[in-house]
Design a protein around this ligand. Sequence first.
Ligand SMILES: Cc1cc2nc3c(=O)[nH]c(=O)nc-3n(C[C@H](O)[C@H](O)[C@H](O)COP(=O)(O)OP(=O)(O)OC[C@H]3O[C@@H](n4cnc5c(N)ncnc54)[C@H](O)[C@@H]3O)c2cc1C
Length: 446
Amino acid sequence: MTRFRFVMSSLGPLSGPVLVVGAGPAGATAARTLAVAGVPVCLLDRSAFPRNKPCGGGISARVLRRFPYLEHELGSIATHHVSRLYLEGPRGESTLLKSDRPAALMIRRVEFDHLLVSLALAAGAELVTGAEIVQARAEPDRVVLDARDGRRFEAPSVIAADGVHSVIARRLGLNAGWPATSVALDMMEETPRTTLRDLDPSTLWVAYGAGRGPATDGSGRRAAEGYAYVFPKRDHVNVGIGYVLSYYRQSVDEAPYDVQLGLIDALRRRGVLAGESVQRNFTPFLIPVGGPLREPGRGRVLLAGDAGGFVNGFTAEGIYYAMVSGDLAARAVLDSSPDSLPTLARRYRRACHYEIGAELRDSVLLQRYLFADCRRIARVIEGAGCEQGITRLVLDLAVGTRGYRDVRRRVLARSPLLAGRLVWERIRKKVLPEGRAGTRIRTVSE
Ligand SMILES: Cc1cc2nc3c(=O)[nH]c(=O)nc-3n(C[C@H](O)[C@H](O)[C@H](O)COP(=O)(O)OP(=O)(O)OC[C@H]3O[C@@H](n4cnc5c(N)ncnc54)[C@H](O)[C@@H]3O)c2cc1C
């Protein structure tokens, strides 16, 4: 058995070497932050890079403000900037939102993730590939990880960024598995433009509450708990449809690729797409959409990215939050001393709550509020077309010129009805038992 044992640094166990498991956006960002600070860091992944990750690859442009070093580095990969968003509701209502600056950055994950890993390596991180972690154990002075091939890794602290199926979260009892109401099954393909083409590459096309299957509450008002999208890349197009898993199991009586073919066919008939779907480019995959775990870390282990549930429940955007949570996890470790170990996970949780907690919590409330009634989605979409002020604020958030708290305050001041509704949803969640409230929202703020 090979054993990688990092030597404790003279500064103390927690400022010493760190193991980061998973080299996606969360892990690679954490590793870079630690390496830039001069801390020895080993990034483990079961895959060799470049590797693909099923993903739409759309990131709100604010990522460039939060991680300014990216701007220059992105020159080495194919990027596409988009400033128009077409939004459609379940009953055909639609609107086109335009930003005067690019609001979204479109990338291919196979290239973007490789770039983030190379930035971590350039900063001094070490990468070990082919290391699939199957066991994790926390001891009083270290964390021990076992790989499938028999290698053992030990370090004083671990950042687990091993994705939606996080083995580390499961083995350490931090997440017994996502309930079907808190993950979406996203069916998506990324195909070269020469084969499948979106007819307007300047626009993100998103249909909310889209899809097949009967409403689940018998009223006829409930929207399909899904969203469909067409994301243009420089040389590719990503087309997909995602459903909350519980809804998919209950209401969609089709195999994933048949759902995809149905979507592409419908979009072709409408003139949104042209060309053919390619099955080998199609990969259904899960996204956590129920909000961050109540406890995104314990003792010497912090969960970042999908492993901790850091995804926007309304837009299913996860790359930005993966990078932010990875960075915050690294900073929490950097700020630690042996004496502050008992508070490491709490400090990380607080940092996440401060920066992204409110928006992730609201995103889940919004998702559940809107899916509950098609008319609400229609009101939001129609409102977006005429409420120029609110639209401007939301675009400012996407671009990064305003923070979420500021945007939230201003939007709620303009829309007292929405403010009341959010307050009511929070009260309902606190007062009613889970089953009756119909939601299962766990957030870092709880
Ligand atoms: C179909 C689909 C479309 C999406 N579209 C978008 C989008 O357009 N925009 C957006 O922002 N988000 C999107 N998301 C969400 C986004 O992909 C995730 O939130 C994001 O990838 C999370 O990053 P991460 O670093 O936490 O995890 P990942 O990117 O999943 O990386 C985890 C890494 O851990 C490694 N790993 C896993 N298990 C182990 C193990 N046991 N041992 C060692 N290594 C391991 C994996 O190989 C992988 O490299 C989409 C998701 C899906 C499924």
